[in-house]
Design a protein around this ligand. Structure first.
Ligand SMILES: [Zn+2]
Length: 364
């Protein structure tokens, strides 16, 4: 399953779909509670009228010295993942370039069954950005390729359990994307608007966060589920949101209605009790269901109203009762394309952030 999981399909045509009626504008300002540090720091808030971009990652390669030798050139590890070192530098560059993390809910809300655009008031000079991280499930292939195998909360901090190069496993801090972002925001509160962090997309077929929440008949099922809920609650409190990524990571644009329904039902039964309800659905492989396809009503029935695909071009389209947005992949392919000169990045200087290990194994 994991071997084919990352055959991302890019759907640039979605941006051409005509938008439905934009409902009345409402204001999304700095929240309802007392001002946070980031707001105090900003001199003033001003309406943001540009396109809010959305980039996405996968779980991080912590030990590229394990991962890359196992991955042949063009293999899925080097193609679809970035390393911890790269992620640390990318986050710092995003901040230096004036990006600030926002939530999708700062931009749209579903009101009386209709998607309503909000006017984002953003700290002056900042560029709002959404980030998401897919497949925070820790599939077996990830665990053997230098990535985390499980998330834990230790001393009120998110940490990762990882197989280490010297053998055995260790609990490490600041080794997964959520931990990197949390630590960065702790030092730079003006990198987060209203405490927003990002969206975590989960499947269910291999459990979540490294816990076996898919083994319903296991004697340890309840314990695993309780631990996974603890992680989800911690992340939510910390500003992270959750999205469905389908239960089995299927090509949803190409499967039967019955298969889609069964998949959505399993996600609701096994993952939603852990994350709580969500209106976000991130299409596996970026394989979208076309707006006119009847299958879309199945996902709507399960409560999803915000749908996300993959493209190198940012863009939102409004469809009356639901919203679609493109996400830009920040992964090995993205970086290799830029280094080879076929692409530019407005998010970071790839030549500065690329991991020396990636250069060593794949650029020579
Ligand atoms: Zn995925």
């Amino acid at each position: 399953m994991a071997g084919t999981m990352f055959k991302q399909k890019f759907h640039r045509g979605i941006g051409l779909i005509s938008a439905a009626v934009i409902a009345s504008m409402i204001i999304s300002s700095c929240g309802n509670a007392a001002p946070k540090a980031s707001e105090k720091l900003s001199s003033k808030l001003e309406p943001f009228t540009g396109t809010v971009e959305h980039i996405f990652f996968h779980p991080l390669i912590v030990f590229p010295q394990i991962s890359f030798p196992k991955s042949s050139k063009g293999g899925y590890i080097c193609d679809w993942f970035v390393t911890l070192d790269e992620c640390n530098k990318i986050i710092a560059e995003l901040y230096d370039r004036g990006f600030i993390l926002v939530s999708v809910k700062d931009l749209y809300e579903i009101r009386n069954g209709q998607a309503v655009k909000k006017q984002l008031l953003c700290p002056a000079g900042k560029k709002p950005l959404i980030i998401s991280v897919d497949d925070v499930n820790y599939y077996p292939t990830m665990q053997t390729h230098g990535m985390a195998k499980k998330l834990l909360v230790k001393d009120n901090k998110l940490v990762s359990l990882i197989n280490v190069p010297e053998g055995g496993e260790k609990v490490l801090e600041n080794s997964e994307l959520m931990e990197v972002v949390d630590s960065f925001v702790a030092k730079h509160s003006d990198f987060s608007f209203n405490g927003a962090k990002g969206i975590i997309a989960l499947t269910g077929y291999n459990g979540v966060f490294g816990y076996d929440t898919h083994k319903l008949k296991s004697p340890t099922y309840e314990t695993e589920k309780v631990q996974a809920i603890k992680i989800a609650e911690f992340l939510k409190k910390d500003g992270w949101e959750f999205a469905s990524h389908g239960y089995r990571h299927l090509q949803e644009g190409h499967i039967s209605a019955a298969k889609l329904e069964a998949d959505a039902l399993r996600w609701r039964n096994e993952v939603e009790p852990i994350t709580g309800p969500t209106q976000y659905h991130i299409y596996p492989f970026g394989d979208i269901i076309r707006p006119e396809a009847p299958e879309l009503s199945i996902l709507m029935k399960y409560g999803f109203r915000y749908f996300f695909g993959v493209s190198f071009n940012s863009g939102w389209t409004e469809h009356g009762s639901w919203i679609y947005e493109n996400r830009i992949p920040i992964d090995g392919k993205y970086m290799m394309g830029i280094v080879s000169g076929s692409r530019n990045s407005r998010f970071c200087d790839i030549k500065k952030v690329i991991d020396p290990m990636r250069v060593k194994y794949f650029m020579n």
